[in-house]
Design a protein around this ligand. Structure first.
Ligand SMILES: CC(C)(COP(=O)(O)OP(=O)(O)OC[C@H]1O[C@@H](n2cnc3c(N)ncnc32)[C@H](O)[C@@H]1OP(=O)(O)O)[C@@H](O)C(=O)NCCC(=O)NCCS
Length: 172
C-alpha cells in the first residue's frame, strides 16, 4: 500500500512518507511556521525524494498539516537527527507533532534507531515541550548541550541551536 497511514473519523490524519508533489505545500507550511528557517523549494524537493524514508507528513483531507524532516546522523550510530518540525497553526497543541515523531519511529526500517537528536532555540517553548514530552513518554533522558552557538550565525540575528539528545531507547 502506498499510503500506510492510520485514518478514521477520530483520527483523521494520514501519516506517510512525503512525495515530491508535496514539496510546494511543505515549503508553504514551513514558511508559515515561524521561527523556522525557510529553506529553498529545491531543499524540500530533495528531502521529499532522497530522504523520504526518514521524513513524514501528516495529511488531512488532502492537505499537508504537518511535516518532519529528519535523516540518519552520518557520524553517530543508530541516531535519527530531526531537522525541522512544523504543524499548521490551526491544529497545533492537538498532538499532531507528537504523533508524527511516534509514527516516524514506528517504521520497520527505523527499528534500529535508539537515539533521537534535534536542536531547539532557547526561546522556542513549543519545540522544547514537544521533545521533552516525547522523552518523558519513552522514559528516557533528554540531554542538552550547545551545538551551534549564536556567534556562528554572524550577523543573522539567530539564536543558538541547543542540541537535545534523547535516549537510549529500545525501538524494536
Ligand atoms: C513545535 C510544534 C511542531 C509542536 O507541534 P504540536 O502538534 O503543537 O505539538 P503537540 O500537540 O504534539 O504537543 C507536544 C507537547 O508540547 C506541548 N506544547 C505544544 N505547544 C506548546 C506551547 N506553545 N507551549 C507550551 N507547551 C506546548 C503540548 O502541551 C504537549 O505536551 P504534553 O505531551 O505534555 O501534553 C508546533 O508548535 C509548530 O509547528 N511550531 C512552529 C514551528 C517550530 O517552532 N518548530 C519546532 C522547531 S524544529
Amino acid at each position: 500500500m502506498s499510503n500506510p497511514g492510520y485514518h478514521n473519523e477520530e483520527n483523521p490524519y494520514f501519516f506517510r512518507e512525503p512525495r515530491i508533489g508535496d514539496s510546494r505545500h511543505i515549503h508553504n507550511l514551513i514558511g508559515n511556521s515561524r521561527p523556522l528557517d525557510l529553506n529553498s523549494l529545491y531543499c524540500y524537493l530533495l528531502l521529499a525524494d532522497h530522504f523520504r524514508k526518514t521524513c513524514i507528513v501528516a495529511e488531512r483531507d488532502g492537505n499537508i498539516l504537518g511535516f518532519i524532516s529528519a535523516y540518519l546522523h552520518p557520524l553517530k550510530e543508530n541516531t535519527l537527527f530531526v531537522w525541522q518540525v512544523a504543524v499548521d497553526e490551526t491544529v497545533r497543541k492537538q498532538g499532531v507533532g507528537s504523533r508524527m515523531l511516534e509514527e516516524l519511529l514506528k517504521r520497520p526500517e527505523l527499528k534500529f534507531v535508539s537515539n533521537l537528536e534535534t536542536t531547539v532555540n532557547p526561546s522556542n517553548r513549543s519545540s522544547q515541550s514537544l521533545f521533552e514530552s516525547f522523552a518523558k513518554r519513552l522514559g528516557v533522558s533528554c540531554n542538552m548541550s550547545i551545538l551551534f552557538s549564536e556567534d556562528l550565525f554572524g550577523d543573522a540575528d539567530h539564536e543558538a541551536e541547543i542540541l537535545f539528545r534523547i535516549g537510549p531507547f529500545d525501538n524494536r
